[in-house]
Design a protein around this ligand. Sequence first.
Ligand code: NAD
Length: 365
Amino acid sequence: MANLKKSKILVLPGDGIGPEIVDEAVKVLECLRENGLSIEVEHGLIGGAAYDKTNSPFPAKTIAQAEECGAILLGAVGGPQYDQVERHLRPEQGLLDIRAHLNLFANLRPALLYAELASASSLKPELVAELDLLIVRELTGGIYFGQPRAQEVEDNVRRAYNTMVYDENEIRRIAHVAFLAAQKRDRRLCSVDKANVLEVSLLWREVMEEVHQEYADVELSHMYVDNAAMQLVRAPKQFDVMVTSNLFGDILSDAAAMLTGSIGMLPSASLNQDNKGMYEPIHGSATDIAGKGIANPLATILSVAMLLRYSLNQQQAAQNIEQAVIATLQQGVRTQDIADANTKAVSTGEMGNAVIKNLQKILLV
Ligand code: NAD
């Protein structure tokens, strides 16, 4: 393992709109650095951009950089030009590899709906205005990785199977992340499973209860995943923190994201045991708008805030970024994805500059 440098941030722009939105986030980091935050920023390759240059979506140099840094900021990967590339060399494989390599087992996805954007949701504004929910998803286990898995032919009939498997240690470590996150918020944790049908969920529930003994100040509840999906669209503000397995979390966190109506606004974090993390917007490389300078950089800028909060323990800097984003929205600055018919949309760079201007004002106070 390379020497760990906690204040070093590795920036991996990736593909599509990745470089455009990451540029704006890096401007935010530079602004904080100029104002005294002790960080170093280094760039690297991942995904299709890495494949084009090195024939690998997660090349050796990026592995070394990822081991050495304290946190990673990622744009997005993927694009139709890689559809015919062999699966193990596709851009998305780069993402899976870096998550596995760094053991990023905890995925934190806030779904936050700023009052100014409540009309962007597909739900009635009163159901979602000021929604503030955090989904903690287990990311490196469960059915996406369980063995055995295969597609085969038996007696001329094709069959395929996957295995949903967790051991108690995997459940315990994600439980701790979720309880700790709940302690920093409204102290309510809802664990989502399918314990009425699945053995793996029964164990999940048992371990959640055991870990709860160490967090008496957090209220723990359990919900079946089908009900959780229903409750998320019926009354999403009832939740504070939800914790769930890889498959259920994949689906529920996308549903929660859409409650906010603005895929370009939501950041995410993937953490390992030592709070080293990779931070990225929840959206993809949006190849349909890449190169046009119209992508919303706010999810990436808010990913920087999460990075500073969870991996670098810079709470104040994180809050300053979030406040700068709120101030920018309050001024009515909108990229096209969050603009209404009466608002002239700004470009990616203009949105980034507006945030920087507000951040500079906040830093002067
Ligand atoms: P997407 O999230 O890239 O885009 C979905 C829609 O949302 C598009 O219409 C896009 O224009 C819009 N959108 C997304 N981000 C936006 C932003 N910041 N500002 C404004 N509009 C935005 O999903 P997709 O179109 O299904 O996938 C495109 C590529 O991204 C595919 O190659 C896919 O594999 C990849 N992908 C990567 C990641 C990742 O890197 N983590 C995640 C999802 C998809």
